[in-house]
Design a protein around this ligand. Sequence first.
Ligand SMILES: Cc1cc2nc3c(=O)[nH]c(=O)nc-3n(C[C@H](O)[C@H](O)[C@H](O)COP(=O)(O)O)c2cc1C
Length: 445
Amino acid sequence: MSTISTPRPPASPAVPPAVPPAVPPAVPPAVPPAVPPAPPAPPTPETPAPEAGAVPTRSRRTVLLGGGAGLLVLAAGGTLWRAADQGVFATGEGPAYAAWGDGAGTPGGGTLNLVRAAILAANAHDSQPWLFRVTPTGITLHADLRRNLGAIDPLLREMYLSLGCALENLTLAAAPHGYVHGLTLLPNPRDPTHVATLTLHRGAAPVSPLYAAIPRRHTNRGAYDTARPLSAALRARLQALNTVADIGIVWYTSSTAKQAFSALTMRATAAFIADRPQSVDDFGWWRGDWQDLQRRKDGVTIDTAGLSAPTRVLGKMLPPESRASNDQAWLTSTRDPQLTTAAAFGVIVARNPRDNRQRLDAGRLWQRMHLWATTQGLAMQPLNQTVERAEREQAAGLTREIATGLSALMPEGGWRPLMPFRIGYPTTEGFKSPRRPATDVTTMV
Ligand SMILES: Cc1cc2nc3c(=O)[nH]c(=O)nc-3n(C[C@H](O)[C@H](O)[C@H](O)COP(=O)(O)O)c2cc1C
């Protein structure tokens, strides 16, 4: 059953007050981070300062001016070459994006077709922390700890949320490919990286309308239409997608509530970029170079940053950004357009955010909500800075500044935050992000 909860002051609720789950479950004991410390995120060297170009001497310049027409041709050629090299004319194309074309599966692809849909799921920083094993009886899903986000995700909350998103796509894809499925979450208590076992047998089952939205769903970080609020009816439809008593959705729709959410998110973003380990681990997943992203097939790109078309082209043409300028650009775009244009904010909450099962359920809910929103022409974007910061404060023994602010935004009844987000009607297209192909992350057993 879904939970509609409203924030405590200063939020003034736009939806009815908190409805407790019909069957109040016993809160399971806190699950400590259930996996061993993971290696740091794949390193990306910080962008070296661009080399100072040689300043032409007077005589050399004279020679160049003498061949002015040739120079113009050269300059135009160089610009065009740079544009082509950095994918200005190839947004969403190339090997890093081929998986989106495979999303519907290939004839005779068998159960691997389900993995092809699973890897198109939302996932934190496009880190794709998943591994699949295709067995004669089904598919098992495993966490890939090598792709951990380090100081951004010290308690592995986002990793399990991401795996939940993949799991949702995996199950949605069973029926359209002619399978009936059974699902067991966390089947091995001694191995928390074994996230799920999906059993499959041939048979007919109803196909969800969400399946067709899988290749069309993209995180949209651009401006949303400030003239179009999110109706209470649509919020209720999103709410109804939740089927788990331990999970709920809190909405922030009044201007007071939105301001409180925005102010805390800005404070968290500023604290995040001022914290070197968080900033470095974040930058490690930034793919500012087109050739690099085509090789790695992961990470956050210029195309998906929600920029206007001219800024996006310029961003691709210029030399790669430094970590500091990248941080500043994130801070600026968080304020405007992301916070200022949201129709509403929400947080997926849980009874116990350390429970990996609840994290998986919340990830499944996020993916379901985003797919359904896609079918309605709505845009969505997670905004995790506050929770990332609260967890960093806890893990590093820092003053609980953002954690305290976040608690004040939570409804009564013991709900804790798992996944903050914004939602609204898009004004710009959300572009594809890279993906490693299914075959790269699957072992056939
Ligand atoms: C657990 C989780 C946390 C995320 N946190 C953020 C976030 O804080 N900010 C953001 O812009 N996107 C966030 N995202 C979106 C991912 O960056 C995005 O899903 C990924 O880059 C792949 O892009 P796609 O969703 O367009 O396929 C998050 C996604 C997940 C599943």
